[in-house]
Design a protein around this ligand. Structure first.
Ligand code: UD1
Length: 340
């Protein structure tokens, strides 16, 4: 059984990925500092798969803690690296925290992989590296744009650190998955997105508004170039995203990768407006959402969606869940959280 370290494995995307990895036969060690997650998600994972993954509470940006982890858990063959700070707005206010946390974590993990003989690295990257693309849908060879926030820059520089490392250290190979907008929760409603405080992202804001925790959803801008004036993103189910990580890891383990570092767009390949999301949510939940249109949010791009043909042809991965499925699972998760 191949042993995989999943950093941020108690978090939103991490916990869904751990479920898929264990189901696919990988042995998982989770490392998480619970800065934006909680150990309850590991209970959820255990209830879904019937087995509890090893869990280490540690901070990936702390080299001494990570060294100890590698000594305690020998034979880590692969790493999936989720653990990162990810609030775009906060990163503008606290750039050094973002650079310290997100960059040191990558550097520590790659150094320890080199020293302990780990081989395969899968990185959580983001469509944010493309900025506002000139041509849509965006492909992996589209030009990268200067990042619009320190958070976005940590993804861009993260990719560069990995690229330079795999070129210098032939034993390590890597895949960077550039996610578009993952949403939804596990169909069991045992794990899902659990933002601390006021959510930044659209779907948790919608579900919290629907249960009455938030009085009104603000829609940021209706003067964009789209059918209804609201911004366009490529939303897709988090369980599909979780599976993409298993496909990526399998590819590295089998040596099917064509280059030491490969990039794949991971999305549904379809652009959807904010108002379309609101309407689809109202339909699947039967709840009328209270919303208002306000000004644009600083730093938002107008529209982005993925060309996913490379992921399909090379990874053999494609998003299969519908938008309605994803929204329904997000809604069921929120209701379960609130005891409804
Ligand atoms: C952003 C980042 C992405 C990052 C993700 C994680 C960019 C371009 N994208 O995604 O890299 O991984 O955050 O946090 O930096 N919206 C509202 N009202 C709300 C919330 C959102 O109208 O209360 C709108 C936004 O303006 C946007 C869409 O909903 O048009 C999606 O927003 P969000 O869920 O925050 O994701 P991104 O901004 O696309």
């Amino acid at each position: 059984m191949s042993k995989v370290l999943v950093t941020g494995g108690a978090g939103y995307i991490g916990s869904h990925t751990v479920v898929e990895l264990i189901t696919a036969g990988y042995e998982v060690v989770i490392v998480d500092n619970f800065s934006n997650s909680n150990p309850g998600s590991v209970d959820g994972i255990e209830r879904i798969v019937g087995r509890r993954p090893a869990l280490v509470e540690a901070d990936c940006s702390d080299y001494a803690q990570m060294l100890q982890l590698f000594k305690d858990h020998s034979g880590i063959d692969g790493i999936i690296h989720f653990a990162a700070l990810k609030a775009v707005g906060e990163s503008v206010v606290k750039p050094l925290e973002y650079y310290r946390n997100n960059m040191l974590s990558i550097i520590n993990l790659l150094s320890l992989m080199k020293d302990f003989g780990g081989k395969h690295f899968v990185f959580s990257s983001s469509c944010t590296v493309y900025g506002q693309p000139d041509i849509l849908p965006v492909t992996e060879t589209s030009p990268l744009k200067p990042a619009m926030s320190p958070y976005g820059n940590t993804k861009k520089v993260g990719e560069e650190i990995i690229r330079d490392t795999v070129l210098a250290v032939p034993s390590i190979s890597a895949i960077a998955l550039r996610y578009f907008n993952p949403i939804g929760a596990h169909p069991s409603a045992l794990i899902g997105e659990l933002p601390q405080g006021k959510p930044d992202n659209l779907i948790p804001f919608i579900t919290q508004t629907a249960v009455g925790i938030r009085p009104v959803l603000q829609i940021f801008g209706n003067d964009y170039d789209s059918s209804d004036g609201t911004a366009i993103r490529d939303y897709f189910h988090v369980v599909d995203l979780a599976k993409a990580h298993v496909f990526a890891l399998d590819r590295l383990f089998k040596g099917n990768n064509r280059k030491p570092l490969e990039f794949f767009n991971i999305g549904a390949g379809k652009g959807i407006t904010v108002l379309e999301i609101v309407k689809a949510f109202e339909k699947v939940s039967g709840v009328k959402l209270n919303y208002e249109i306000v000004g644009r949010r600083a730093g938002d791009i107008e529209k982005v969606w993925a060309d996913t043909r490379l992921a399909e042809s090379e990874l053999g991965w494609k998003a299969v869940s519908t938008l309605e499925d994803a929204l329904l699972t997000a809604w069921n998760w929120e209701k379960r959280l609130r005891g409804l």
